[in-house]
Design a protein around this ligand. Structure first.
Ligand SMILES: Nc1ncnc2c1ncn2[C@@H]1O[C@H](COP(=O)(O)OP(=O)(O)OP(=O)(O)O)[C@@H](O)[C@H]1O
Length: 506
């Protein structure tokens, strides 16, 4: 045994109804190590870290931290033992300042002035620029994450858990985060890191434990493997290549003409004279840092927000005054970014969740009557076609792992054969194999003659999928450019000045 052990799990098990989420999981994290947890959606990563952080109790096995038994009854006990966790979804109050939010999470907060000074110290020490007096509402996603990280660092954790921390960050913000994690590791803090971004894990992690179906199937030095090899270990088989063939741009299906729209909330972004065309058989990629009007654009297209006459035209018909149901019937479908709450009702079964968007177009609701067996059959079709890992269509949406719910949400729209499909962050939190499947389904949809708009912060994804690319920047859409000719530098320029970018690059 070389390096000092900080955390150890031995034979950990946890079952949910119909699912063995963790099965005989054993692994060790050593001092100052950045340790990746890898696995497909539903492999059991979140369940495992929730047990370490005291949110879930294991059914079997033992954990130890710094040589002592680790059996936290709640997160407070886990924090007291030296474990901190940064979640995928932030839990910050928009109306309060950075310092006020951090004070709220502390057991014995010091006086505000002293706390602000400590926040500034930690932020300087770890290169995470943050002003303690700023209101959360004014911060970018990357800055909000810094608040969460600094909150954790003030506890001097021995083990810091991060669940998909870079999925909301710009490339510059992600670099800043890794520089911070390196410093922390050099000081002896151990980091347990969940991510689906394999290149990121290869570059920054010292060790990887790979889970499949709740079991540890491998452990390796990720730097010694290609991303493809890591993906193969996760799925237990070879990755298939994406097939981009067979697409041909045809007639214009959807046209936005000078679409302007007030923001949905005070924190929102106004859309400013957005114009675009989507042709049959093509994928239009829209890049940009979150918060630059992406949600507003999706709401304007889905019909959740009505538009000025003549601004949204599908197949020559003005849809601007119509709501979501009429747009779906006409063939304009949308899958929003926030899957739990917006795209799906958490407490509804998957069957009932099909009714939300497929009710009319798939004939699951006729003259106000729900056809339950048709809805169930459609849910089953989505589950089978999109490889959604779940005990069945009666399962509540909230019981699915994040990536599996995303596959369900995208599948529910794709299988309705839209004329035009708009998706926002289609593979956010989705594992490499499932992301490839989701992307392939969008390519196939376009190949079969639909128009697709992909809104995403993942530039690699946009380069892989889109025929033309435009950037959304403070509610303005740049003119489209053919993706083939674009270099990453040019894309950077198109995104340049986007909200949060300049600051993150400092
Ligand atoms: N509260 C719960 N109730 C029922 N089943 C659950 C619950 N939480 C997790 N599961 C199930 O346990 C399994 C493991 O889920 P978990 O969220 O740990 O996976 P994951 O590897 O983190 O996935 P992802 O990468 O998609 O976040 C999944 O099949 C999931 O559906």
């Amino acid at each position: 045994m070389g390096a000092t052990e900080v955390f150890q799990a031995e034979g950990i098990g946890k079952s949910y109804p119909g699912v063995r989420a963790n099965d005989d999981v054993s692994f060790t994290v050593t001092e100052g190590e950045i340790h990746a947890l890898l696995g497909e959606n539903g492999a059991g990563k979140s369940t495992l870290v929730k047990m370490i952080y005291g949110l879930v109790r294991p059914d079997d096995g033992r954990m130890s931290l710094l040589g002592k038994p680790h059996e936290p009854s709640d997160p407070r006990a886990a924090r007291a033992a030296g474990v901190a966790m940064v979640f995928q979804h932030f839990s910050l109050f928009d109306a309060l300042t950075v310092a006020e939010n951090i004070a709220l999470g502390m057991e014995n907060p010091p006086l505000r002035r002293e706390l602000s000074a400590r926040i500034t110290d930690v932020s300087n020490e770890f290169g995470l620029p943050l002003n303690p007096a700023r209101r959360i509402a004014t911060l970018s996603a990357g800055e909000r994450q810094r608040v969460e990280i600094i909150r954790c660092l003030l506890q001097n954790p021995r083990l810091l858990i991060m669940d998909e921390p870079t999925s909301v960050l710009t490339p510059q913000e992600a670099e800043l985060l890794f520089a911070t994690l390196r410093k922390l590791a050099a000081q002896g803090t151990s980091i347990l890191y969940i991510s689906h971004k394999l290149e990121e894990i290869r570059t920054h992690c010292d060790r990887a434990t790979i889970l499949r179906g709740g079991k540890v199937v491998d452990s390796c030095d990720p730097r010694a493997h290609s991303a493809r090899e890591l993906a193969a270990m996760m799925v237990g088989g070879e990755m298939r290549d994406i097939d981009r063939s067979g697409r041909q741009a045809g007639e214009v299906l959807l046209e936005l003409k000078d679409l302007s729209m007030a923001p949905a909330s005070v924190e929102g972004t106004a859309l400013k004279a957005v114009s675009l065309q989507v042709r049959a058989g093509e994928i239009l990629g829209i890049g940009g840092v979150a918060g630059n009007g992406q949600e507003e654009l999706l709401a304007a297209l889905s019909g959740e927000v009505r538009n000025m006459p003549g601004t949204v035209v599908l197949d020559g018909n003005d849809l601007s005054a119509t709501g979501p149901d009429q747009r779906r019937l006409a063939g304009l479908l949308a899958a929003p970014e926030d899957r739990l709450g917006h795209a799906a009702v958490p407490d509804f079964s998957l069957t009932d969740n099909t009714l939300l968007t497929a009710g009319t177009r798939k004939g699951l609701v006729r003259r106000g009557m729900i056809d339950h067996s048709a809805a169930r059959a459609y849910a089953e079709e989505v589950i089978a076609s999109f490889d959604v890992r779940t005990p069945g269509p009666g399962t509540a949406a909230r019981a699915l792992s994040g990536g599996n719910l995303q596959k369900f949400v995208i599948g529910r729209e794709v299988l309705q054969a839209p004329r035009v499909l708009v998706v926002n962050q289609p593979t956010w939190g989705v594992d490499a194999a499932a992301a490839a499947a989701v992307r392939q389904s969008l390519l196939n949809l376009a190949r079969d003659g639909a128009g697709v708009i992909v809104i995403s912060q993942d530039l690699d994804e946009l380069m892989e999928l889109s025929d033309r690319f435009c950037a959304l920047n403070e509610g303005r859409l740049s003119p489209p450019r053919p993706t083939e000719d674009l270099t990453l530098d040019e894309i950077g320029l198109m995104l340049g000045g986007a909200h949060g970018m300049a600051e993150a690059a400092i």
